[in-house]
Design a protein around this ligand. Structure first.
Ligand code: C2E
Ligand code: MG
Ligand code: MG
Length: 426
């Protein structure tokens, strides 16, 4: 009965979420059911999918979560908000210098038991601005130090205050854009470079501003630094799912990879696993296979957890791709331990192929390693015929780059496939 009502409402409003209760013996389970209607290009309802997840554990943990918001569960230290509260009276009575350390990321693990951590530090001397609380000033200084490459120490100065104000404005605009759903996803073809046959599409996020489109490179880093990449990731998943029907119509009957970029914070967030399983459920029988693209650095933030989460997602049918391969700093010995199916050769090696013999040697070595480990390889950022030929000669068959097609909206794909001389096997 509940499902019938849900399906009817979903047909009317596209997406509906309800919290329902199930009694099983003495235990009550709290379930969340999401029903989503998929439409054809003409707007008719093609299908309705429902996904039910068990929220009992989260609901039972709610009081504990409130108490733990004042303490960090991992380190048992004061949480950020608790420190902020303590600092405010201290600043009135006795001026304090505040230093904030940010963990830049990943640690290089050697001999699989020594860990090297990189920190960025932000300092705010006891001259509190009336505009921004001292903790926030020190934190902004640390984040700006981190964005400059990580590692250095930055002091909150007048000039930094100007930069920080600008950054805050951008951050506010970006946050608002997430609330207002100002994003779109574009898809870039991945092809077999020998015959230009389409083998996959990479979903790339774009911020649709009134005057122009902002590419991911210009805002993904900010969203990562300021802690809302996970929300943005959920938006990408939503947009990608809403494109499934036009994507399917554009590419015909063959099986294609649909590549989704995932940042470290997304991988480590509590509901990532459940969310991606629900994406996989929605993609079942669509002919599109979900490939998750992560950098080595993202995986090495917490390798054990990354392995556990990605291992489960692989069991549900996802494939895992190491993005920008060769630019991270993980050790080769980790590569065979990570649950990885393919690698993407970073565009810097591709660019170097024509001008620098070392690039060709590196690519050859990576190809040998990948073959030994049974990993597929895709070359990134291919712009010229020379680069394409050089890669094919080195054994790299799949490629992506402006030579084969720029990222485009799902609605442009069908015309693009018709016009260009690559086919999806139809
Ligand atoms: P990436 O995953 O390595 O994506 C490739 C980037 O290179 C894209 O930039 C793409 O537009 C660009 N590109 C593709 N072919 C060529 C070429 O031939 N020449 C040149 N010069 N560039 C090319 P974009 O879209 O700005 O994305 C930058 C990065 O932002 C991505 O690098 C990815 O790490 C991240 N990103 C993009 N979309 C998402 C997303 O939905 N979620 C997350 N977490 N990260 C995303
Ligand atoms: Mg990528
Ligand atoms: Mg890449």
């Amino acid at each position: 009965m509940l499902y019938t009502i849900l399906v009817i409402i979903a047909v009317i409003v596209s997406v509906v979420i309800v919290l329902n209760v199930m009694r099983e013996g003495d235990g009550t389970r709290w379930l969340s059911t999401r029903a989503t209607a998929e439409h054809t290009a003409e707007g008719a309802v093609a299908s309705v999918q429902t996904v039910t997840s068990d929220r009992t554990v989260l609901r039972d943990a709610a009081p504990e979560l409130t108490a733990s918001s004042r303490r960090d569960a991992l380190t048992d230290m004061c949480s950020r908000s608790a420190i902020g509260e303590r600092l405010e009276p201290a600043a009135d009575q006795r001026p304090a210098t505040v230093v904030v350390f940010l963990l830049d990321s990943a640690d290089v693990i050697t001999a699989g038991n020594e860990r090297y951590l990189r920190l960025s530090a932000g300092i705010c001397m006891p001259t509190p601005s009336v505009l921004v609380p001292q903790l926030e000033q020190a934190e902004l200084a640390a984040r700006l130090a981190q964005m400059a490459g990580g590692g250095p120490v930055a002091e909150f100065t007048d000039s930094l205050e100007r930069v920080a104000t600008e950054t805050r404005v951008n951050i506010q605009a970006l946050r608002r854009a997430v609330e207002d759903h100002e994003f779109v996803v574009h898809y870039q073809p991945i092809v077999d470079m020998r015959d230009r046959r389409l083998v996959g599409l990479e979903a790339l996020l774009r911020w649709q501003q009134p005057e122009h489109l902002v590419v991911a490179r210009d805002f993904v880093g900010l969203a990562e630094q300021f802690g809302f990449i996970d929300r943005l990731g959920a938006e990408v998943e939503r947009l990608m799912l809403s494109d499934l029907v036009p994507l399917r119509e554009a590419v015909g009957d063959s099986t294609l990879a649909l590549n989704l970029n995932v940042s470290a914070a997304q991988l480590l967030s509590a509901d990532f696993l459940v969310r991606i399983i629900s994406v996989l459920d929605r993609m079942a029988n669509s002919g599109l296979e979900l490939h998750l693209e992560l950098t080595e650095t993202a995986m090495m933030v917490d390798p054990e957890r990354a392995c556990a989460v990605l291992g489960q997602l692989r069991n549900h049918g996802a494939r895992v791709v190491l993005d920008d391969f060769g630019t991270g700093f993980s050790s080769i010995s980790w590569l065979h331990k990570l649950p990885v199916d393919a690698i993407k050769l970073d565009s810097s090696f591709v660019t170097g192929l024509a001008v620098d013999p070392v690039s060709a040697r590196i690519v050859r070595t990576i190809m040998t390693l990948a073959t030994e480990l049974g990993l597929a390889v895709t070359g990134e950022g291919i712009e010229t015929q020379d680069q394409r030929e050089a890669l094919i000669n080195l054994g790299c068959i799949q490629g992506q780059g402006y030579l084969f097609g720029r990222p485009m909206p799902a609605s442009d794909l069908a015309a693009y496939i018709e016009q260009s001389d690559f086919r999806s096997g139809r």
